[in-house]
Design a protein around this ligand. Sequence first.
Ligand SMILES: [Zn+2]
Length: 356
Amino acid sequence: MSHFSRSYAEARQTFLDAARAAGAALAQFPHPTRRGSAGEELAIDVALAGAPEAGRCIMVTSGTHGAEGFAGSGAQAALLHDAALLADCAAADACLLLVHAVNPYGFSHLRRVNEDNVDLNRNFMDFSQPLPHNAAYAEIAPLLLPSQWPPSEADQARLMKTVAERGMAWYQAAVSSGQYQDPAGMFYGGDKATWSNYTLCRILARFGAGRAALRWIDIHTGLGPWGYGEPIHMGPDTPASVTRTRAIWGERVTSIYDGSSTSANLTGLAWHAVPQTLPAVDYAGIALEFGTLPVGEVLDALRGDHWLHRHPEADENQRALVRQAMWRAFYGDADDWRDGVVAQVSDAVRSTIASA
Ligand SMILES: [Zn+2]
């Protein structure tokens, strides 16, 4: 039986059905103002499987980056159908907290960003403080989002020349590390906490309060080799935190702080919600990042998506091409890829049970 879906509405229904079948407690956080691409309701749905008073909480989140949610949603439904795993969690005094579609607007509209064009995983900043200025993004922005799409050969050649001169790692960091200066640009971190940000904090406070330990697996797609789930340390930049995370999920856990990850160093990551809301909890977390296409193709899909955001006059043909590129960039539409996602997410949950 497939747990994977081809639309947000279908994914939501599959998740809710699986949660009810597993006897999980459900809570829904409907979006207050926005609707989905087919006019459907948007919500963050939460399923709690296992004893509500368990001392340990294993949280698995999908769709922090909207369109990346198809992988995480399928994995969450598979976890709910895995009776042996749920029994093992219960025996280890752990409950499973599944948060479905942290960014439901992007999930439904096939965007990585949310309803405010904000990258939720750059949005957990202290907005009372001055925000960082991404000079490399400012340099490259005019080449990323040219006046026409697809770009003219001359525009593309100018971008390729810059990438060749500065290197692919510089390009990836310039674009993806996060910027707070162009609200209509790419990887924009926002100027205040978004709805998904404060709703996630509410969920953490409501379901995490009083627990001794929280483990968090946040499922992403779009970076790294096809089907490989790279566990990326998600916590403070301290040796103790990285060591602790590797003790749970293994030595292959990478870090954005030491250059071992396929991801660039980033600002405003979602894990900041944990110390904000549960300062005393014993916390460790990873992003599980599943590879799809080469990074250049993924960035091109995102360029098209942002170009479309800035060009509402685009015709239906152009929209369809951009959506198709986004689907391919953030979902491995093949059985080996889907099976691998389920197996690796389930392994990551089992690792949290096995460790203290
Ligand atoms: Zn992501």
